[in-house]
Design a binder for this molecule. Sequence first.
Ligand code: BT5
Length: 260
Amino acid sequence: MLPEVPHIYRFDSLGSTNTKLKELASQGAGHGTVVVAVSQSMGRGRGDRVWTSPPGGLYFSILLKANATQRATDLSLLTGAVMAQTVKRFCPKASSVGVKWPNDCLLEQKKVGGVLSELVGDGRDALLIIGVGLNINIKASELADYQNRPFGATSFLENSAGQPFNLEDILQFFLKLFFQTYEAYQFRGFSFIQNLWEKECLFMGKIVEMRNTGLTQEKESSTGTIRGTFLGIDEQGALVLSNAQGERQSFVTGELTCCW
Ligand code: BT5
């Protein structure tokens, strides 16, 4: 069970909310604790990538008990789906909002948010830190470095004709929905997450291209990419494609770079 009202620690500036929450967990912070920062000087993405975190975005981390590695994957997928539902609630006029495997959130086909999950410890005492970054009141110029990346970057502000958003309203909406969804997952297990995630996914049934999948080169095209029809996710949270030969292929790593 999660607490009805989570304990929220608030900071003006942090290196990273995930790092701060790890420190608080080592000092006894409990299941459901949340850390929020106005900005981050060393915001992190997955695999040592950077998460640009100027004031105007939402940066927070949630501490959960996670006594199995699989739960970490499930909860990351759950977070991506909750993020997409939050974006839909606050950007109701957007024509396209959803998740990109594994848990990026896209708004009008551009990245508006990401999730960084980190396990601390192992066995029954393992803890999971789920970090969420959402670009809210952020100008396109602050995300200029990412415009040439696959899917680029955007913010709520860029899709609201310049009307700023109340960050606290968005945080409270997200946390309430997250805790409710987490409770439902406790009772209903992985199939609940799978349905939820696939419902929020933008690529079901589409032809997609993946790179850095870790497959041997002879299985990739000459460009180092894999193409196939997106079938969904399996019980491991792996992305499942049907390739040109109609064979099913599952990927636990890789980046979805293109879609038709
Ligand atoms: C993510 O990583 O998308 C996870 C981002 C999680 C950030 C939160 S903020 C609170 C918590 N504390 C932290 O320190 N982190 C978490 P990944 O899929 O690896 O994507 C990272 C890539 O996205 C970078 O290499 C850039 O190309 C791009 N990127 C960086 N900052 C961005 C931004 N603000 N908006 C859109 N794209 C960005």
